[in-house]
Design a protein around this ligand. Structure first.
Ligand code: HEC
Length: 283
């Protein structure tokens, strides 16, 4: 794989730049970390994140999401209190770490954001096409589903990831997710696995988790939804995955589409058993 291409693909974040300057590290495109060790920048970031986590900006979005959850809104003037995230209407404790899962009412496997949008449409009367217009956080706006996912995720803090594989559709979602993960195409013949299917890969200063293995899948699940220091925005995994499709030069999947639920099932199941720390901070 030509490193020139990768250099073009990956925009170096402001934070990484600042760190590289601080540590005097020369930024090199995708390479193996020496002995599999974390980069100095990653280690620095972890220290910084620990300090930040004590007063995490993610909590502001959790609070906002809580308010949205309980407020009567939308054309049907209803709250989301009857929304079933998998454990029964309104039962949110531990729901996030068991998603994606199969929902009989929708006949589909849904991740947290997909399910929340489903509830906003069915209970509150919002239109999915309106929610899909500007689904990701920008400098001026954090879309409601982002705050809602953060609130719901916060209700699983300290619980074990346990994405189910009981229902045939859940097993199918895992298989399809795995296939999408390994599917090479596009102008550069990349797949997710090109960047996330090997140990110790790095693009410039960013460690790339090997999502095909438990440790990497945990890293990919952990900290999301996450407050991203770069740009100062709250993002969900739906955004993260879409941004990676963009980096891969693939067409971006539609908002809350099946493709994303499949990939999140693959990632989540690979991370099963690990304790989820709640919404976090990302660089
Ligand atoms: C060209 C390389 C490349 C490809 C291809 C790629 N990604 Fe990424 N991915 C990245 C980079 C760079 C990051 C950011 C790492 C960081 O900020 O530490 C990232 C981050 C992620 C994260 C968050 C990891 C974390 O530590 O929080 C997930 C999840 C992820 N990618 C999934 C995917 C999936 C699924 C695909 C396929 C649709 C994909 N990526 C394709 C480069 C890539």
């Amino acid at each position: 794989m030509a490193s020139i291409k990768l250099r073009a693909v990956v925009a170096l974040s402001g934070f990484a730049l600042a760190c590289a300057a601080q540590t005097g590290q020369t930024a090199a495109p995708m390479k193996k970390a020496a002995g599999g060790a974390k980069s100095a920048v990653a280690a620095d970031f972890e220290k910084f994140r620990d300090i930040m986590a004590e007063a995490s900006p993610a909590e502001l979005f959790e609070a906002k999401g809580k308010e949205l959850w309980h407020t009567k809104r939308g054309p049907k003037n209803a709250s989301l209190e009857k929304c079933d995230m998998g454990l029964g209407p309104g039962k949110l404790k531990g729901a996030y770490v068991k998603l994606p899962r199969y929902f009989a009412d929708a006949g589909q496997v849904m991740d947290a954001e997909r399910r929340i949008v489903y509830c906003m449409v069915t209970l509150q009367g919002f239109k999915e096409k309106d929610l899909a217009k500007k689904p990701f956080s920008s400098a001026s706006k954090t879309p409601d589903p982002v705050s809602l996912v953060t609130y719901v995720a916060g209700q699983s803090r300290g619980m074990k990831i346990a994405v189910p594989q009981k229902h045939a559709k859940e097993r199918e979602a895992y298989k399809v997710g795995e296939e999408i993960f390994n599917y090479r195409a596009g102008p550069w013949d990349f797949s997710c696995a090109t960047c996330h299917g090997h140990d110790g890969l790095r693009i410039r200063t960013q460690d790339l988790p090997n999502i095909s293995k438990k440790e990497g899948a945990v890293a990919a699940f952990e900290g999301w939804p996450g407050y991203r220091m770069t740009g100062g925005r709250m993002h969900t995994l739906q955004w993260r995955l879409n941004d990676c499709f963009r980096q891969q030069r693939f067409p971006e999947p539609g908002y809350v589409s099946e493709t994303l639920s499949d990939l999140l099932t693959y990632m989540g199941v690979n991370a099963n058993g690990h304790v989820y720390k709640g919404p976090g901070i990302k660089r």
